[in-house]
Design a protein around this ligand. Structure first.
Ligand code: HEC
Length: 566
């Protein structure tokens, strides 16, 4: 036997010994290799690896040894791993929580001087793909232009518009959003712009546009059903289960709404998004429903427990799949529960110590079944006293609802899947919009969206009433007047419809309103005007066959009339 061979044999014996000694005795302290590495690799290194959100890597013994005392401290206080939802109040997938025994193990290890143990017995560090976490995306889109944050001042919201360039319908299984500039970016929401109209806000194509309250005209047939979010609390993108991937049409555009906070120096933000597709069509249609109480937010300076809430009665049987609570720095505690028709009260989530730095979407391990008639309640508690360590104002001052990070919010979003095979999003949506209007009857967007849903549900009389309220609230909104025109036409008030389309076009030139106007003019016998407007609609939508087809029909009709007159 050579020297090398004997050394190797000895090594093998040691390894065998090491793996046999899986349970440690009272007098042998925990070691990194045997006890600590498995905890760090399963609970910490998704964020504590190079390039991730954590301020340092915890992949190697050296990384951990240097910070052993700090690690013991932050795990004992349950500051790490960060997780907002209280254990036992809702059963969430991917719960980040250490067992008491694991916390004690880390403490004992740090107290013993952070021994390494036998490195050969340590588990392999997890392999993180540098870059995209779900593998190479099917489509990678880079924001057409970067945005540079100011060095100081209030928060900025910027919207980046992405054109997919897709040629056929795809189904969106997952999105990996990389906003860039981690210090400056708080969070980001991706919206599917079904009307492809948000880019009209851009000063030049691709430039993006400012604003937080993104008023995207939604399609009543295909409202938001997925959380396409980037949140610090969700280090990994969510993958939709089979049948849940949402439809993405070639004409859809994507808008990434990014919330940024100046860092002291200008930061360049140019987000990249990775889209993952499936060819399996969508067969399950959840809806994002928001409970909120922003109008009730007038939090006096010094108030220690200012509470607002919202309660919504479910109009149909549904499964609750996920929730997303949202407030800013004064938020301290959040609670949500459901009272079932039989009187049972069930916790949905409880956040005992809110911290906006860890906001995220919480997916239930199993869907929570809520029967029709269930009342879903949420309560937000705020601390506007100097005792709140996150209070942005010193001394405290009155804070109201609003978009700035120094304003407050009281949101609770739910992903609800109506029971049954049928797509029932519009029924649910209509109930949600009615609920919002009970709180704020003149609200523009609730009336506008309700009108669109009512029209899509073949209830044009109700739609006219809702849309007239919307137009009264915001007379200069061209899209609301166009939609009101459609509702009026559907009730047979063709002359009134024409007046609304014309008013809409005076405010804003739009191929859709031209097309609608042309249709109404045909009905009114004004064929020359209709021909002109179909032509203009064709110029606006050269790829859409419909204006061309209607134009040809109208030209033929005009010829026929002329011949009859001869
Ligand atoms: C979801 C991502 C995430 C996970 C999981 C996570 N961390 Fe962190 N950790 C962070 C971030 C981000 C910070 C910086 C926080 C800050 O500055 O407020 C941080 C900070 C720390 C700090 C420094 C605290 C200080 O006061 O300076 C320690 C130590 C730490 N983490 C240890 C751990 C350990 C141990 C685990 C697992 C048990 C863990 N983290 C899991 C994201 C995470």
């Amino acid at each position: 036997m050579t020297l090398r061979q004997s050394a190797r044999a000895g090594l093998a014996a040691l390894v065998a010994l090491g793996s046999a000694a899986v349970s440690r005795t009272a007098d042998s302290p925990p070691t990194f290799a045997r006890d600590i590495a498995p905890i760090l690799y399963s609970h910490c290194t998704t964020c504590h690896q190079p390039g991730a959100a954590g301020p340092f890597s915890l992949l190697t013994y050296d990384d951990a040894r240097k910070r052993a005392r700090l690690i013991a401290q932050v795990t004992r206080s349950r500051f790490m791993p960060p997780w907002l939802a209280e254990h036992g109040y809702g059963d969430f997938a991917g719960e980040r929580r250490l067992a008491d025994t694991q916390i004690k193990m880390i403490s004992d290890w740090a107290a013993a001087g952070a021994p390494e143990g036998d490195p050969r017995t340590a588990p392999q560090p997890p392999q993180y793909t540098e870059g995209w976490q779900l593998g190479p995306p099917d489509l990678v889109l880079t924001a057409p232009a970067a945005f540079t944050t100011p060095a100081t001042g209030p928060d900025v919201y910027w919207n980046f518009v992405f054109h997919t360039g897709m040629k056929s319908v795809r189904y969106l299984r997952a999105v990996d959003i990389r906003p860039g500039a981690p210090g400056a970016v708080h969070h980001a929401n991706l919206l599917i712009d079904r009307m492809a109209s948000a880019h009209e806000h851009e000063a030049s194509p691709g430039a993006g546009f400012p604003g937080m309250d993104l008023d995207i005209q939604r399609s009543p047939f295909d409202p938001e059903g997925q959380f396409l979010y980037w949140k610090p609390g969700n280090p990994r993108p969510h993958e939709e289960p089979s049948g849940f991937a949402s439809r993405l049409n070639p004409s859809d555009e994507l808008v990434l709404n990014v919330h940024m906070h100046p860092t002291g120096k200008p930061e360049t933000v140019r987000p990249v998004i990775g889209l993952y597709f499936t060819d399996e069509p969508q067969t399950r249609f959840p809806l994002l429903v928001e409970l909120e109480a922003d109008n009730a937010l007038r939090i006096p300076a010094g108030a220690r427990d200012f509470t607002v809430g919202d309660d919504f009665k479910l109009p149909l049987d549904a499964d609750l799949l996920a929730v997303y609570p949202h407030a800013h720095y004064l938020g301290r505690r959040m609670e949500a529960w459901a009272v079932l028709p039989n009187g049972t009260r069930q916790w949905l989530i409880r956040v005992p110590d809110w911290n906006p730095a860890w906001q995220g979407v919480f997916y239930y391990r199993e869907p929570v079944s809520l029967p029709r008639g269930t009342v879903i309640s949420m309560r937000w508690h705020y601390d506007n006293s100097a005792a709140n360590p996150r209070n942005p104002n010193s001394p405290p001052k009155l804070v109201t609802g609003g978009n700035q990070i120094t304003d407050e919010m009281a949101h609770f979003r739910l992903q609800l899947l109506p029971h049954g095979a049928r797509d029932q999003r519009r029924e649910l949506d209509e109930a949600v919009l009615h609920h919002r209007l009970e709180k704020d009857p003149a609200d523009f967007s609730s009336n506008f969206n309700l009108g669109a849903v009512q029209l899509s549900r073949l209830n044009p009389n109700a739609a006219v009433a809702s849309l007239e309220t919307a137009v009264r609230a915001e007379p200069a909104r061209a899209d609301a007047r166009n939609m009101l025109g459609l509702a009026l036409a559907a009730t047979g008030r063709n002359g009134d419809a024409i007046a609304q389309y014309e008013a809409s076009l005076r405010l804003h030139e739009d191929g859709r309103a031209r097309f609608n106007l042309a249709n109404a003019q045909v009905k009114a016998g004004r064929l020359d005007d209709a021909v002109e407007n179909y032509r203009r609609a064709m110029e606006a939508f050269p790829d859409d066959p419909l204006p061309k087809q209607r134009l040809e029909e109208t030209l033929a009709l005009r010829d026929q009339r002329r011949n009859e007159r001869r």
